[in-house]
Design a protein around this ligand. Structure first.
Ligand code: URP
Ligand code: ZN
Ligand code: ZN
Length: 465
């Protein structure tokens, strides 16, 4: 058999198995998995020594915003820096959100996001499509779906941005997606009560006293929980499929567990920041840098989310990468409602989940692969092309050292960000080597990929677990 590359001597870890095996790549696919592939290396394939390493499917980050116009600025990582960061973090596919602005159609949004990615991306990508104007966009859903976009997104907040959906829009979108076999992703926060709480505390005196901690004070856990309850309700009555993005609370995890036990077809992801950081950061000098939406919660929530990852109600981990530099974050000028919300994350996703999950024995190494690679591919309609080490799958492969740590330093990373939420943390699980569709894009922890190599991955369905 003709092989271009043989990864030999490593331990192949999938969502269900850990095996000593070599992996052979031919072109852009995995062509062979077996013992001693090196022995039959007739055509002089490139050999990659993975002895003492884990060989896993490339990570898939299903929640990313690159170059997003948001909060009066544009997020600082684009398809150049963002996908380089992803590669160095062992992520080989990402899914961004194509969001219509003003009177744009869903097709306009899709075209705009393709234009951002083409020629720049060095890993593969796909798009969820945001429905922001129900009456205008509902007629387009079927056509867009058929073109390879089976996942749509609605926001229950962000009225000022013009992105907010009401319950009728959610009900209507779920009905349409049920018939098509798609899935609705929802940013679940209860906007009316949230706005009232923000208004209640929005005074000079309070801002002077509490600073960025007001972000936490005005977003109690019930803000997320009430909204998730409504998504569960509409998913149940329509019999459709939904997916809660960036779930951050213990209450949310309990609700998802209960709903799934009752047969409601609802999934929930969390993000690396919610299982590694907590809201005490907002009391620190520079605490405003950590503002995201929803915000970081408490150690109790963190523990519950880890339990959910282990037990199943939290199906995957993403990043919600939405990078803002110090200068951009400085736009807040002491008013927490003006902080550009979001953080960098693509380069640290796998290291955070691996170090805090596997090394701290909260999840197994197979669960790590499941949560960061395989289940993201399944739920978003990319499996088994992506998220798997099996013959015929794309040769998206990440090789990590099980114990060797590296210190996080934004200065040495690919992101355009001039700070990191994990600055100085010592993490294992960085990509020593990354392959995307057979091409090596990281070698010995160094980026060796190429802009424009990344391909759009069309999808035909979503919601599988
Ligand atoms: O803080 C965040 N998450 N920024 C991006 C927008 C969103 O709600 O996902
Ligand atoms: Zn969101
Ligand atoms: Zn987001």
């Amino acid at each position: 058999m003709h092989l271009d590359t043989i990864i030999h001597g490593g331990t192949v870890v999938t969502a269900s198995e850990t095996t000593r095996a070599d992996v052979g790549i031919a072109g852009d696919k995995i062509a062979a998995i077996g013992k001693d592939l090196k022995k039959s290396n007739a055509n002089g394939a490139v050999l990659v020594n993975a002895a003492g390493r884990y060989v896993i499917p490339g990570g898939i980050d299903v929640h990313v915003h690159l170059a997003l116009p948001f909060c009066g600025t544009v997020s600082a990582d684009d398809y150049d820096s963002g996908t380089r960061a992803a590669a160095c973090g062992g992520v080989t596919s990402l899914i961004d959100f194509a969001i219509p602005y003003g009177d744009e159609s869903l097709q306009d949004a899709v075209d705009n996001w393709h234009a951002r990615a083409e020629g720049k991306a060095c890993i593969d990508y796909a798009f969820h499509v945001a429905i922001t104007k129900w009456e205008r966009h509902r007629k387009e859903i079927k056509k867009i779906f058929k073109k390879g976009y089976p996942t749509f997104k609605q926001f229950m907040i962000y009225e000022k941005e013009g992105w907010q959906s009401d319950d009728a829009a959610m009900y209507g979108a779920l009905e349409i997606l049920k018939d098509l076999g798609g899935m609705l992703l929802v940013h679940a926060e209860s906007s009316r009560v949230l706005d009232m709480l923000i208004e209640r505390h929005h005074s000079k005196a309070e801002m002077k006293k509490h600073g960025a901690y007001l972000h936490t004070m005005t977003r109690p856990n019930f803000i997320e929980a009430e909204a998730i309850e409504r998504v569960i309700h509409w998913t149940r009555v329509t019999g459709s499929r939904s997916f809660i993005v960036h779930m951050s609370t213990a209450e949310g995890s309990d609700l998802i567990r209960e709903a799934r036990a009752q047969g409601v077809n609802i999934l929930a992801e969390t993000c690396a920041q919610y299982i590694s950081l907590d809201d005490r950061v907002f009391k620190k000098k520079d605490g405003h840098l950590f503002a995201t939406c929803p915000q970081l919660k408490t150690p109790r929530d963190q523990k519950r989310l880890w339990d959910g990852l282990r037990d199943g109600e939290v199906c995957s981990v993403s990043t919600d990468t939405c990078t803002f530099t110090r200068k951009q974050k400085a736009m807040w000028k002491g008013d927490w409602t003006k902080i550009p919300m979001g953080m960098p994350g693509l380069e640290t996703l796998l290291p955070i989940v691996y170090t805090l999950g596997v090394r701290k024995k909260r999840i197994t190494v197979n669960q790590f692969v499941d949560k960061c690679c395989t289940t993201p591919a399944r739920t978003m309609g990319m499996y088994p092309r992506k998220g798997a080490i099996r013959v015929g799958s794309d040769a998206d492969i990440t090789i990590i050292h099980p114990t060797k740590t590296r210190r996080v330093d934004f200065k040495k990373m690919q992101t355009n960000c001039d700070w990191s939420p994990f600055q100085g943390w010592s993490l294992a699980g960085f990509a020593e080597h990354t392959f995307c569709r057979g091409r090596q894009i990281v070698e010995d922890y160094k980026f060796v990929g190429k802009n424009g190599y990344g391909q759009f991955i069309p999808r035909s369905h979503a919601g599988e677990v």
